[in-house]
Design a protein around this ligand. Structure first.
Ligand code: PMP
Length: 285
């Protein structure tokens, strides 16, 4: 079925949405994006995503001003027009179309704003009752992973390496420590029950789900340690899991062929997923 999408102020059918071959998103990956989850027809943590969008735009010197109320209305309209009950909204803002040049064009060039929906089914999500298997690969991405840029070729390559190895995803490793997953943040639960995830820096994307799950863990009075961990520590952990807007909390049951929690989703990951979903729905709009 043809979706209704949003392009530069207009709601159009997906076949009619066309952008210039000179768009800098296309030529330079000069753009940022957000993915907001839709559950029961409602947007999860919309403000968190808009805050991060503003930060990404700011870090790249975009002059685009986010009108939050307008963004909210467009998101809601797309949910309605496409009958999305369970899925997501993808939003991308590129610096716009200008004759190819490494220097940014002047401010008369308008950014390209694109939004479209995806149903959760169409993304073939992993089953949280089964969990996922991951492999480790070197983290060869650029140094500003805190910016949610559309430059996603390396994560895509890593995901393909995982798929070719018969796994579901990859943990990216730099200087002997896990940074994050290809499109998610990585957590472990130590044998003593402490929740460990890498601290925020330019090394990782500041996941909206990561932040929400840490809030839930605090509410549950869990011990939290924000620090890097190695693949060996993760392999010896009581549990491992990933977080993202599209997968929520997803247990990891195997790392580089070594089973975690006997190859079963662990109780902490399952509990955090349940609490996260419950809490997120309370503030969903
Ligand atoms: N890290 C990376 C590299 C990602 O691409 C994503 C999802 N886009 C995440 C973490 C998770 O972020 P969020 O919880 O905001 O979806």
């Amino acid at each position: 079925m043809s979706r209704t999408v949003f392009l530069n102020g207009d709601f159009v059918k997906e076949e009619e949405a066309k952008i210039s071959i000179f768009d800098r998103g296309f030529l330079f990956a000069d753009g940022v994006y957000e993915v907001t989850s839709v559950m029961q027809g409602k947007l999860l943590d919309f403000d968190g995503h808009m805050n991060r969008l503003e930060r990404s735009l700011n870090e790249l010197d975009f002059t685009y001003i986010v009108d939050r109320e307008e963004m909210r209305q467009i998101h809601k309209k797309l949910v309605k027009a496409n009958g999305i009950d369970d899925g997501l909204i993808y939003l991308q803002i590129s610096r716009g179309a200008a004759d190819r040049s490494f220097k940014y064009p002047d401010e008369s060039v308008k950014p390209t704003v694109v939004m479209f929906t995806q149903t959760r089914d169409s993304m073939k999500p992993a089953d949280p009752e089964k969990g996922i298997r991951v492999i480790s690969v070197d983290d060869l991405r650029w140094g500003r992973r805190d910016i949610k840029s559309v430059q996603l070729l390396y994560p895509s390559m890593a995901k393909m390496a995982a798929s070719r190895a018969g796994a579901d995803d990859a943990f990216l490793v730099e200087d002997g420590h896990v940074t994050e997953g290809t499109s998610n943040n990585a957590f472990i639960v130590t044998p003593c029950g402490t929740l460990v995830t890498r601290q925020l820096s330019a090394d990782i994307l500041h996941g909206i789900t990561r932040a929400a799950v840490l809030r839930c863990a605090k509410e549950l009075q869990m011990k939290i340690d924000e620090r890097p961990f190695t693949i060996e520590e993760a392999q010896g952990a009581a549990e491992a899991f990933i977080t993202s807007a599209s997968n929520y909390v997803m247990p990891v049951i195997e790392i580089d062929g070594k089973k975690i929690n006997q190859g079963q989703p662990g109780p902490v990951a399952i509990r955090l997923r349940d609490v996260y979903l419950e809490e997120s729905l309370k503030t969903a709009i």
